[in-house]
Write a new protein. Structure first.
Length: 528
């Protein structure tokens, strides 16, 4: 769902290639003033993600009666295997599951399930490598001294690990790609919400006036109105203090994602059983030319990559686990179970959807109107998607809002526009709201820009595939491999080094192919 890219943030298409030796990934050069400014923003972003995930600040031991602390001085973590599984499944299962039937349809009965299984394997390998990077040597003398002393430090976030193990340059790239991915998710969520609102309206109309009624046609103006309404709602939500840190937001989002995904699976299974036949073919949906088929395959690969990507939050999940047994052991067990469970679920959704509709499989299983009845269930499923997205948009966007606030405050400490707040009573009877003009302008402009891009590029499958392909190689493959090599001090040209580098090299053309195909799909649809 939910988050979260030139590669190296989650959103990524990048052209960086793997270095020949992991031991050379410790940059020593002095940064310029411009780099210092950007580095400050990136490092603030890493700190923001850490604090927002843990939801806690250093404790007042006297006030709390000296509670049990972990080795980093923070409150003892209490997570276990079950909470780990819940976090991973919540992070993986989202809107991307609804496009899997379309992806399987493009690839066919052989390549479709095989592709899902391959991405599951890649996700597991990537997650296993990352789980070893939660703790790394921490000593003033550098890795050599730290290794001999046995001291370690925790990497609370993905970006913390990149900064600690690979240095500043990789942190710049990682942060930039994460910003792009989070921003792109705002655009994707705006598109998805408009499609779901249109589907609710259309399903009710079909029920009342019959399928194919001229009254039930969907127009661009109507979809644009839904996008603007969603944008207006997000502007309001952007100013609720600590909205993204509220526990109920994640709880509601996870419940909604599981609900609508299960409904999609159930409807696909029911239609397949009811028809008494399995639709589709070995080669998938036929296209007029070979080139068109190649582009469709690339888009399908990008969509599957989007559905599986959760590396960006893996270390945040690991940071919730207690230290006994070691976090890494629990995380690796959780990865095995979660990847198996989500892969089984994905195969069921993708295959039953394709079996039900064959070559006519819609891009979104719940909005493409393969299902008409029960109309109330289709409408409820789409309402669940909207509720999830309302909170998920903020979970991604607030990360950018927070780092922007801190960077602007540090850059313009004397600016009243940036730093001054005004007590404004917006709603009678409620406490005064502390209004900051910089936040008002930046956040409104941010939401307006994501809404504007969604209006220009309202293409569900292509946009999600583009985001998935963007981060696939840099964040899911390249950076985990490089960090693991540094963490384990793997020497160049040893068997382990060759295997890991080969894994990275093989995955690079896959991510590039998917990115180019999804980009071509967006451009082609935009140009008609």
């Amino acid at each position: 769902m939910t988050t979260l890219a030139s590669p190296a943030g989650r959103a990524g298409g990048a052209g960086t290639s793997a270095r020949a030796a992991a031991t050379t990934l410790q940059p020593k050069e002095e940064p310029s003033d411009e780099e210092d400014d950007y580095a400050a923003a990136i490092l603030e972003f890493a700190a923001t993600m850490s604090s927002s995930h843990r939801g806690s600040q250093p404790l007042d031991l006297a006030a709390l009666g000296a509670p049990e602390l972990d080795d980093d001085g923070r409150a003892a973590r209490t997570g276990n295997l079950w909470t780990c599984l819940a976090h991973i499944i919540t992070a993986v299962i989202g809107a991307g599951v609804l496009e899997l039937s379309w992806s399987v349809a493009q690839l066919g009965w052989v390549a479709g399930p095989v592709a899902v299984l391959c991405f599951a394997g890649v996700t597991y390998v990537s997650a296993t490598l990352l789980s070893h990077c939660y703790r790394c040597p921490a000593a003033a003398g550098g890795p050599e001294e730290a290794s001999s002393s046995g001291k370690t430090r925790r990497n609370y976030t993905y970006m913390d690990a990149v900064r600690a193990l690979l240095g500043r340059k990789h942190t710049y790239v990682c942060g930039t790609l994460q910003y792009l991915y989070f921003y792109g998710m705002g655009v994707a969520y705006t598109i998805t919400t408009a499609i779901c609102l249109g589907a609710i309206k259309k399903s009710n109309c079909y029920h009342g006036h019959g399928r194919g009624s001229s009254r039930c046609g969907s127009q661009d103006d109507e979809q644009h109105m839904f996008m603007v309404l969603f944008g207006a709602a997000q502007v309001v939500l952007s100013f609720i203090p600590n909205f993204h840190s509220m526990a109920w937001v994640s709880a509601v989002a996870s419940a909604m994602s599981f609900t609508y995904a299960t409904i999609g699976l159930g409807l696909g299974l029911a239609k397949t059983v009811g028809d008494g036949a399995i639709s589709g073919g070995v080669a998938g949906v036929p296209m007029a030319t070979t080139a068109q088929k190649v582009w469709r395959v690339a888009q399908a690969v990008g969509d599957i990559a989007f559905a599986y990507a959760y590396s960006i939050v893996l270390l945040e999940i690991q940071d919730t686990l207690r230290s006994s047994p070691p976090e890494g052991e629990t995380m690796r067990k959780g990865n095995v179970v979660a990847v198996l469970a989500t892969t089984f679920f994905y195969l069921c959704v993708g295959c039953f959807g394709y079996a039900a509709f064959g070559n006519a499989t819609p891009g979104n299983l719940l909005t493409g109107f393969g299902f008409y009845e029960p109309y109330w269930l289709v409408g409820f499923a789409n309402a669940c998607i909207i509720l999830q997205i309302l909170g998920a948009y903020q979970l991604f966007s607030q990360q950018i809002f927070t780092v922007a606030d801190r960077w602007l405050t540090a850059r313009f400490p004397g600016s009243a526009f940036v730093n001054r707040t005004y007590a404004a009573r917006i709603v009678p009877g409620l406490p005064r709201y502390q209004l900051n003009l910089q936040r008002l302008c930046f956040r409104t402009a941010y939401v307006a820009s994501t809404t504007g891009l969604a209006l220009v590029f309202p293409y569900f499958n292509e946009v999600l595939g583009l985001l998935g392909a963007l981060i696939f190689w840099p964040l899911v493959i390249y950076l985990p491999v490089e960090m693991y090599c540094v963490q384990r001090r793997i020497r160049p040209w040893t068997p382990t080094w060759v295997v890991l580098k080969s894994f990275s090299v093989v995955c690079f053309p896959v991510g590039t192919f998917a990115f180019i195909g999804c980009l071509q799909g967006v451009i082609k649809k935009r140009l008609g």
